[in-house]
Design a protein around this ligand. Structure first.
Ligand code: XBP
Ligand code: MG
Length: 252
């Protein structure tokens, strides 16, 4: 394993329920809309990746009575831009901490000279704010490739965002390992042929992770062991470099 590719939402931090969803609702309120995405409804809306695409899905499937404006894409883009401001503010205020083990694993990988990348559906500004606040101003530069949002034509579950990373870093799928959290994310990374480790969360714990090499409840830490749902943990109690190397070797 030469490259470690991180998903963002649900993997680096548990951002959906108390982050993105709350920011969407604030943006709707500001726009004078009576839309309110409850945690349960939002769980359904997460079937669709991409914030703009999710608003459209909501209008098409859940709020069909809403009179769509002529310039619907502009309307959605404005709502989404406002949402992104709220979301990045929450990140800067430290309201969305990293998941257990993320900081340790990233520091381990950097110390070992593993090349790092990000492959996410979320907007680039969200990654910058998360990394700057959770790590350091220059943290984004630790990642050789940051592939985000609309940079590819098709979002997860399509493999496009992972293909983009492989091409930019000039590596093969077998030289990489991906860390993901969701059904759509898993389909995207394994669709690109990349061995994948899943750390599920509250919204994705019942997802189908067929094809993933290892499925655990978190990366964990030496003093906070993970729980293995499926896959070989080689006796490890948390996801560290030596475990990832063994998984990568086994996938060759
Ligand atoms: C998950 C997504 C994102 C976020 C919202 O991304 O589907 O769209 O829910 O972010 P990831 P935006 O691939 O990191 O799991 O509103 O910026 O799209
Ligand atoms: Mg995710």
């Amino acid at each position: 394993m030469e490259v470690l590719i991180f998903d963002v939402d649900g993997t680096l931090a548990d951002t959906e329920r108390n982050g993105h969803r709350v920011a969407f609702n604030q943006a709707f309120k500001d726009a004078g809309l009576d839309w309110d995405w409850s945690p349960t409804l939002y769980g359904d809306l997460l079937k669709v990746t991409g914030g703009k695409e999710r608003i459209k899905f909501y209008l098409d499937e859940y709020n069909t009575a809403f009179a769509k404006p002529d310039k619907l894409d502009d309307f959605i883009a404005q709502l989404h831009a406002s949402k992104t401001v709220y979301f990045t503010t929450m990140l800067k205020e430290g309201k969305l901490p990293l998941r257990p083990g993320v900081e340790r694993l990233i520091n381990e990988a950097r110390a070992a000279g593993i090349r790092l990348a990000i492959a996410t559906t979320t907007t680039l500004a969200n990654i910058t704010a998360l990394l700057e606040h959770a790590f350091a101003e220059e943290a984004q530069s630790w990642f050789e490739c940051v592939a985000a949002g609309d940079i590819v034509p098709a979002k997860k579950p399509a493999p496009d965002i992972y293909h983009y990373v492989l091409e930019k870093m000039n590596v093969s799928a077998r030289q990489c390992l991906a860390l993901e959290d969701s059904y759509n994310g898993n389909l995207s990374s394994i669709g690109a042929g990349i061995p994948t480790v899943i750390t599920y969360n509250g919204y994705t714990q019942d997802d189908d992770f067929t094809g993933a090499a290892l499925v655990v409840d978190q990366l964990g830490d030496p003093d906070q062991a993970f729980k293995i749902r499926r896959g070989e943990g080689y006796g490890a109690s948390c996801v560290d470099l030596s475990l990832l190397q063994k998984i990568s070797f086994a996938a060759q």
